[in-house]
Design a protein around this ligand. Structure first.
Ligand SMILES: Cc1ncc(COP(=O)(O)O)c(C=O)c1O
Length: 431
């Protein structure tokens, strides 16, 4: 397993900062989500520095769909970054954790009327309108409340990002945004711009996730700026902000080759500046909203090995005390992970195992065919790269409790999410 900078080998044990994984398991139990604050902080500062430029304001937003707890929200507000939210629930949690609603961008298709009203009441800074109907509903809500709301329109620029199909969002049949190829697109933008209660500040796009080809972002920027020029020329509508979304790829396994953000972003900003100057677009603000690339490699999940089973077909299963309920990604889109036995970190590889969870689904496999030292019942198993889209997608399938989360900041470790109890699982049931 590729180790993160905060992971070191001490004798035959893997240690996170100063914490032995065996001690963390003992103190907090397993399965356990572990989140490293220092690496998150470092990435936030790297992104922020890389965005600095003399041309326009930039803002880093954290796509909180990737992981959101009160403690994460508190870090977002402490680091002074914005929050990309996709539901009233995320607005609520972010605000409870200390994020100023003015620094929130509210995304999502089919935002409910109640959610739009909630966002307006909470004074969310920017609503990213998904489609014409939503704009209409938003304007009615604003009219009733006598308020004006800053907004962007989500566009689908049609740029193909090289990534897994299920998480590709900018194709022609995407459920997100309005397409630049729609013959009614100018009409849509003009009518949104003309609403009295909506201040249409600009445009948004998000071309996909887990993208390794940096050229895709450049292509998306070109398409968006070219489109902004068309809108400015044909409709005389100024585009003051473009939000280029998230989607920067991260390391899960050796196949993944992320590009260097600190190198790429200054070039990207320079490119946006040059193109916008060429097209005569006066951008005041550029935003990006990464999720995965800010948190994924700050997170790992610690499990305990239970039974080990050899099938007649020749497969060797090592069962863990969690699985698809805390990490749905392998079952959902064949995501791959690396893992290690932290209490046998220096032992040589002995056998090939399939790491399967305890849910009643054949597809509940976290890792297919991984070479590990001899696995025994009671060993710990650490899966790296689970900081994004694991906790946030966790479920109570089979009424399995959602694991606890612990944060580590150097020598400090503290619980940020309690392990669910059975009572928590049935808390909303009525008999
Ligand atoms: C609109 C939008 N912005 C940002 C993101 C974050 O993407 P990632 O976590 O890949 O950076 C997503 C992910 O689905 C998204 O839909």
């Amino acid at each position: 397993m590729h180790l993160e900078p905060y992971q070191t080998k001490v004798n035959n044990e893997l240690v996170h900062s100063l914490h032995k994984y065996s001690d963390l398991a003992q103190q907090y139990g397993t399965p356990l989500y572990i989140f490293d604050e220092e690496s998150f902080r470092e990435r936030v500062y790297n992104f922020k520095n890389a965005l600095e430029n003399p041309y326009f304001e930039t803002e880093l937003l954290f796509a909180s769909k990737s992981v959101l707890t009160l403690a994460i929200a508190k870090l977002i507000s402490e680091y002074g970054i914005g929050q990309d939210v996709v539901s009233a629930g995320e607005i609520f949690t972010g605000k409870k954790g200390g994020v100023q609603p003015s620094k929130m961008y509210f995304h999502g298709n089919n935002k409910l009327d109640e959610e739009l009203a909630f966002a307006v009441d909470q004074e969310v800074g920017t609503i990213v309108i998904d489609n014409r109907m939503e704009a209409d509903r938003l304007n009615n809500i604003l009219e009733q409340k006598g308020k004006k709301q800053r907004a962007l329109l989500r566009l689908n620029p049609g740029v193909e990002a090289h990534t897994h199909e299920y998480i590709k969002t900018a194709n022609l049949d995407s459920k997100f945004g309005e397409s630049v190829f729609d013959e009614k697109i100018e009409d849509i933008i003009e009518s949104i711009y003309n609403y009295d209660n909506i201040d249409l500040a600009g445009l948004h796009c998000h071309i996909g996730s887990q993208i390794f080809d940096s050229e895709s972002f450049i292509k998306a920027a070109d398409e968006m700026l070219h489109f902004a020029q068309r809108i400015q020329t044909n409709l005389n509508i100024p585009i003051r902000e473009i939000n280029f979304g998230g989607g920067f790829g991260v390391y899960y396994t050796e196949e993944d080759k992320p590009f260097d953000i600190a190198e790429f972003l200054p070039n990207f900003i320079e490119h946006v500046h040059e193109k916008s100057t060429e097209y005569g677009i006066q951008l005041d603000k550029v935003t990006i909203e990464p999720g995965r690339s800010l948190v994924n490699n700050s997170g790992s999940t610690l499990y305990t090995i239970g039974d080990i089973k050899q099938t007649v077909g020749g497969k060797k299963y090592a069962f863990i005390d969690g699985g698809m309920t805390d990490n749905i990604r392998p079952a959902l889109y064949q995501a791959e992970y690396e893992a290690a036995l932290p209490n046998k970190i220096n032992e040589p590889v002995k056998e090939t195992y399939t790491i399967a969870g305890k849910a009643c689904e054949s597809g509940d496999v976290v890792i297919n065919n991984i070479d590990l030292p001899q696995v025994e019942t009671g060993d710990l198993l650490l899966v790296n790269g689970t900081g994004s889209y694991n906790y946030s997608m966790a479920s109570n399938y089979n009424h399995i409790p959602i694991p606890a989360m612990v944060h580590i900041d150097g020598e400090k470790s503290y619980l940020t999410v309690k392990r669910q109890s059975f009572e928590d699982i049935i808390a909303n049931n009525i008999l």
